[in-house]
Design a protein around this ligand. Structure first.
Ligand SMILES: [Zn+2]
Length: 212
């Protein structure tokens, strides 16, 4: 799980150091995955494994970036293209087109490349708390905006702030969602926990520090 991909100076200036990985470390991470024989997958590959017993490649890994920052396009996308690696960007759709966030045009370009998948991260980056009505609106509005733009056909979600809730899970199920990611640390993907899947938070360190 990544967020910003930006230089240390930019991260410091924007007070984002805890959410930022430098382009140099991101490139190093990709090189590590390549030399260690990992294959990048999309969420749908895990859904197919869970539901249809479609085998996963050896050493499968899912690269995810949260919040749809513009630096993902500027700094991460060229590196993904260089390696032919797949990544998933969890997108708060109401923030698209705002300063520092991706534009719909950038989303269309990356989505069209076949290398980047865009998942639901609510409309306003809303935590999975509050009334059912608010949560429903946050999830369904983002769902319809992504669908309108031809994105997220596989119905994949990540909880803003990483907090799952039973209410959110019920809403996601109602809208046909197949899986949801938290920020709970871990790398074991279990079908029975398909709406509370863990992730590994990446930082500015070598990938082997993160158990890979
Ligand atoms: Zn987020």
């Amino acid at each position: 799980m990544f967020h910003h991909i930006e230089s240390g100076a930019e991260a410091k200036l924007n007070h984002q150091t805890s959410l930022a990985v430098t382009p140099e470390f991101f490139a190093k991470d990709m090189e590590y995955l390549k030399t260690h024989g990992y294959t990048t997958i999309f969420p749908r590959d895990l859904v197919n494994f869970f539901d249809n017993s479609v085998p996963l490649p050896k050493k499968p890994v899912m690269i995810t970036l949260d919040d749809a920052y513009e630096d993902n396009y500027v700094n991460a996308y060229p590196i993904l293209k260089q390696y032919g690696f797949k990544a998933t960007i969890f997108t708060p759709t109401g923030l698209v087109q705002n300063p520092e966030y991706l534009s719909w045009q950038q989303i269309a370009e990356m989505g069209g490349s076949g290398l980047v998948y865009f998942g639901n991260h609510t409309w306003s980056h809303h935590s999975s708390a509050g009334t059912l009505a608010v949560q429903d609106k946050e999830i369904s509005l983002a769902d319809s905006q992504l669908t309108e733009k031809g994105q997220n056909p596989d119905k994949i979600f990540a909880y803003p702030y990483g907090n799952p809730s039973v209410d959110a899970e019920n809403i996601l199920t109602k809208y046909g969602y197949k899986m949801a990611f938290t920020t709970v640390p871990g790398n074991v993907m279990c079908k029975g926990k398909r709406f509370t899947l863990p992730r590994t938070r990446m930082g500015n360190a070598e990938l082997n520090h993160f158990g890979l």
